[in-house]
Design a protein around this ligand. Structure first.
Ligand SMILES: Cc1cc2nc3c(=O)[nH]c(=O)nc-3n(C[C@H](O)[C@H](O)[C@H](O)COP(=O)(O)O)c2cc1C
Ligand code: SF4
Length: 678
C-alpha cells in the first residue's frame, strides 16, 4: 500500500473514505428542471471514476420555495428529485466513491423575481449587495417552516441513497442568523451567540431526528467573516466548539471570509494570481482547537499543496474542487505515478464566473467537463493512423495536436513565432495571469510525450503544408487585433496588444476604447496606468468589461482603482484627429445626437481580432471538403465526411480565432470536438 498521505483512507463515523481528496459542493448549473439528469450524473460519476474519495454534489440545493435558485441549482424541496438522486448515488457508489449533497436556504442571497416570486427571507431587512433583494424580516412561522423544510429535504436525500448532507451556512440563511451583521431579531433567535446559533442547531436537530445516526451531517460555515462587526475569529472558534459539542454534526467544513460582495467572494474562493491555499492554516487552527474532523477547500489546485495539507495535519479531507473540473482523474494519476499528466487548474475561474452570468460551468481548458455525455476525457485511438498538419501553436492548435496525437496520428505543428502560446502568451505578460501558461505547457508536455513534431519560426504557406503530404490540415492561425472602428483617424490609434506586448510606448494621457470587453482592454489599461499614464476606459456598452465577468474583475479593480483609472460607459468613440502633438477624440453616443471631445496623446482600441485566414483560403481549392464542416456531424459527434472535390488531397479545417474572434474555451472546444473523430 502507498504511503502517500493523500492516499490513506479516512474513517468518518461509519463511512470509510478511500483517500483524502474530496470534491467540495459546487453547483455547475447543469440541472434540468431542477433535477440532476444525464449531464449532471455523467459529470459527477466521471469524478468518482477518477478516484476521488467523496464527491459532494449539488452546491446549495434549495430546501424551500422562498429560496429560489439564482443560477439553476437542484430543487431539493421536490419529491420527484429522489429517483434522480438515486440514479446518481448508485452510479457513484459503483465507482467506489462516497457521495453527499449540500442543502441550503439562501436567505437574502437570492431574488424575489425568481421561482414563485416569494419575498426573500432574512433575520433583518439588510440587503445583500451581490443579489440586491431587500429581504422580509423572518417571522416565527417562517422559522418553523424552514426547519421542517430542511428535515424533509434531508429525508429525501437519504431516500435517494446519499451518504450524508452538508448544510451550506456561509453567506446563506444559517450564517445570516449567526452573524451579528445580519441578525437583528429579538427573542430566542437573536442577540447572544446562544440565540444566534439556535436556528442552526434546531435545523440539525430536526434533520438528525429524521435521518438517524447512520447518516453523515456536516456544515460549511464561516469561522471568521473578516468584516468589521461580523463573526470574528474568536467567535468563530467558539462557534466551531459549540457545533462539535452539539453532538449533532460529524464534521466541520471551514470557510474564512464573506460572500456578500464580489471582492468578498473572490477572497473566499481565490482566482489566479492570488495566494495559494490562503485559508489552510486557519482551517488547521480550527482542527487543532476542536480535534474534530475538518474539511477545507480554497485554491489548493496542485497535488503538492494538497499533500502538505494532509501531511501537516491541517485538515482531514482536502478539497480540490476546481482542480477536478480541470482534471477529473487526479487520484488515478497519482496512483499511477503520473502526476505530471494532471491537467492543471490555472485558476482562470471561467467556471465560476459563468454561472453568475446564468451559464453552465465550463472549464477554460477542458472542454469535456460538463459535456461528459458527448466529449471524452480520455481520447480513444483512431482506427487508422493519419498524417495531420496543424498550423498555429496557440490553444486551439495545441489542443488539435494533442487530441490528434492521442488518436495515434502523426502530427506536425507549424508556428510562425519562436514559442508556442499565441494570445495566451500575451495574456500571461500580466503577472497575475501568468498561470494561464499552464494551458500551453500542459499541452506541449502531452504533445512531446506522443512525438508531435514542432516547427517554430516557420511561416507555413500552401507549399510548406503540401510538402508534408497530409491527410488532414487544421488551420489554427488565430487573429490579429482589429482596430478599424473609427469613421476617420484609424491610423492614429494603437491596439491593446501593442501596449501589452510593449511594442508601443505608453502615452501620458490615454483613452482606452474597449468595446470587446475582454481581458485585453483592462490589461492594457493596467500597463498604461502603471507606467504613470492618466487612463480613461470608455465603452459604448452599459457596463465595462462584460466578458471578464465578476470574480475576474476583482483583481483588476483592486489595481486600477488604486491607479486612479476612470471608467466611462455608454459613450462611443467615433473619430480621431491629429491636433499638434495631441489627438482629439470625438465621442458620440448610441442614445442620441450628442458629441463630446477629449484631448489625449494616445488612443488604444480593444475590438477583438480579425482572423488570420490567408493560408486557409490558399489551401481551400486543393482540399477534398473545400474547407466545409458539417455542423450536424460536429454536434452529433460523427466523423466529418463532406466531399466536395474529388481531386482534393487532404481534408481542411479551420478552428479558433482563425474563424472568428472568440475565447480560449471556444478555441479548445472547436479543436476537441473536431479532432476526437478524426
Ligand atoms: C462552479 C462552482 C460552483 C460553486 N458552488 C458552490 C456552492 O453552491 N456551495 C459551496 O459551498 N461552494 C460552492 N463552490 C465553491 C467550491 O466548493 C470550493 O469551495 C471552491 O471552488 C474553492 O475550492 P477549489 O479552489 O478547490 O476550487 C462552487 C465552486 C464552483 C467552481
Ligand atoms: S475554468 Fe479555470 S479555475 Fe475553473 S476549473 Fe478550469 S482552469 Fe480551474
Amino acid at each position: 500500500m502507498s504511503n502517500d498521505p493523500l492516499l490513506q483512507p479516512y474513517r468518518l463515523k461509519h463511512l470509510t473514505l478511500r483517500n483524502r481528496i474530496i470534491v467540495t459542493s459546487h453547483e455547475p448549473a447543469y440541472p434540468e428542471d431542477g433535477m440532476p439528469k444525464e449531464r449532471y450524473r455523467a459529470y459527477t460519476v466521471e469524478r468518482a471514476r477518477g478516484g476521488v474519495a467523496l464527491t459532494m454534489t449539488a452546491g446549495s440545493a434549495a430546501v424551500s420555495k422562498d429560496s429560489p435558485p439564482v443560477f439553476n441549482n437542484l430543487l431539493a424541496w421536490k419529491d420527484e428529485i429522489v429517483p434522480w438522486i438515486r440514479q446518481m448515488t448508485d452510479a457513484v457508489h459503483e465507482e467506489g466513491a462516497a457521495i453527499m449533497i449540500q442543502l441550503t436556504h439562501l436567505g437574502r442571497r437570492t431574488r424575489w423575481d425568481k421561482g414563485d416570486w416569494l419575498p426573500v427571507l432574512a433575520p433583518s431587512h439588510h440587503r445583500e449587495a451581490a443579489h440586491r433583494a431587500f429581504p422580509k424580516k423572518i417571522e416565527d412561522w417562517d422559522i418553523e417552516r424552514v426547519i421542517g423544510d430542511f428535515a424533509d429535504a434531508a429525508e429525501r436525500m437519504k431516500a435517494g441513497g446519499m451518504d450524508g448532507v452538508e448544510l451550506e451556512a456561509y453567506g446563506h440563511l444559517i450564517d445570516q442568523f449567526t452573524s451579528p451583521l445580519t441578525n437583528e431579531l429579538d427573542g430566542p433567535y437573536g442577540g447572544s451567540l446562544d440565540n444566534r446559533l439556535r436556528f442552526c442547531l434546531d435545523v440539525f436537530r430536526a434533520m438528525r431526528e429524521r435521518v438517524g445516526d447512520d447518516f453523515i451531517l456536516g456544515i460549511r460555515y464561516t469561522a471568521d467573516e473578516t468584516l468589521p462587526g461580523g463573526t470574528d475569529k474568536t467567535e468563530g472558534m467558539e462557534i466551531s466548539r459549540r457545533l462539535k459539542d452539539s453532538g449533532l454534526i460529524d464534521y466541520l467544513n471551514v470557510i474564512r471570509g464573506h460572500i456578500d460582495t464580489d471582492p468578498g467572494l473572490t477572497d473566499v474562493i481565490p482566482i489566479q494570481g492570488m495566494a495559494s491555499a490562503p485559508h489552510l492554516d486557519f482551517a488547521g487552527e480550527i482542527r487543532a482547537a476542536t480535534g474534530f474532523p475538518t474539511f477545507h477547500a480554497a485554491r489548493i489546485p496542485d497535488v503538492a499543496t494538497a499533500r502538505h495539507a494532509i501531511a501537516a495535519g491541517k485538515v482531514d479531507m482536502v478539497g480540490m474542487t476546481r482542480a477536478h473540473m480541470t482534471d477529473p482523474h487526479i487520484v488515478r494519476k497519482i496512483m499511477e505515478r503520473r502526476e505530471d499528466d494532471i491537467r492543471p487548474c490555472v485558476g482562470a475561474n471561467y467556471c465560476l464566473d459563468r454561472i453568475y452570468q446564468g451559464g453552465m460551468a465550463f472549464c477554460i481548458h477542458n472542454a469535456a467537463t460538463g459535456r461528459e455525455a458527448t466529449m471524452p476525457h480520455v481520447i480513444a485511438k483512431a482506427p487508422a493512423r493519419k498524417k495531420v498538419v496543424v498550423v498555429g501553436a496557440g490553444p486551439a492548435g495545441l489542443e488539435a495536436a494533442r487530441v490528434a496525437a492521442e488518436r495515434g496520428h502523426e502530427v506536425v505543428v507549424f508556428e510562425a513565432a519562436g514559442q508556442p502560446g499565441g494570445q495566451i502568451r500575451l495574456t500571461a505578460q500580466n503577472e497575475r495571469r501568468r498561470e494561464m501558461m499552464g494551458i500551453i505547457d500542459w499541452r506541449m508536455g502531452q504533445c512531446e510525450k506522443r512525438g508531435v513534431a514542432f516547427r517554430f519560426n516557420t511561416w507555413a504557406d500552401a507549399g510548406t503544408v503540401g510538402a508534408e503530404n497530409p491527410d488532414v490540415v487544421v488551420i489554427a492561425t488565430g487573429g490579429l487585433p482589429h482596430t478599424e472602428v473609427l469613421s476617420r483617424g484609424n491610423d492614429l490609434v494603437v491596439s491593446a496588444w501593442d501596449i501589452i506586448s510593449g511594442d508601443v510606448k505608453p502615452g501620458a494621457n490615454v483613452l482606452v476604447y474597449d468595446d470587446a470587453g475582454d481581458h485585453a482592454g483592462l490589461q492594457a489599461a493596467e500597463v498604461l496606468a502603471k507606467s504613470g499614464a492618466r487612463v480613461e476606459i470608455m465603452t459604448p456598452d452599459r457596463s465595462f468589461a462584460p466578458e471578464v465577468m465578476a470574480m475576474n474583475l476583482v483583481p483588476y479593480m483592486r489595481s486600477l482603482q488604486r491607479l486612479d483609472v476612470t471608467f466611462t460607459v455608454t459613450w462611443r468613440l467615433q473619430a480621431a484627429e491629429r491636433s499638434g502633438n495631441r489627438i482629439t477624440a470625438f465621442v458620440g453616443s448610441d442614445y442620441g445626437e450628442v458629441i463630446t471631445e477629449r484631448s489625449v496623446d494616445q488612443i488604444v482600441v480593444n475590438h477583438g481580432t480579425i482572423p488570420l485566414d490567408e493560408l486557409y483560403f490558399d489551401l481551400k481549392p486543393a482540399s477534398g471538403n473545400l474547407g466545409e464542416v458539417s455542423y450536424d456531424d460536429l454536434i452529433d459527434g460523427r466523423p466529418q465526411t463532406v466531399a466536395r472535390n474529388p481531386d482534393g488531397r487532404f481534408r481542411l479545417f479551420r478552428i479558433g480565432d482563425a474563424v472568428a474572434a472568440r475565447n480560449t474555451h471556444a478555441a479548445i472546444y472547436d479543436a476537441l470536438r473536431l479532432m476526437k473523430d478524426i
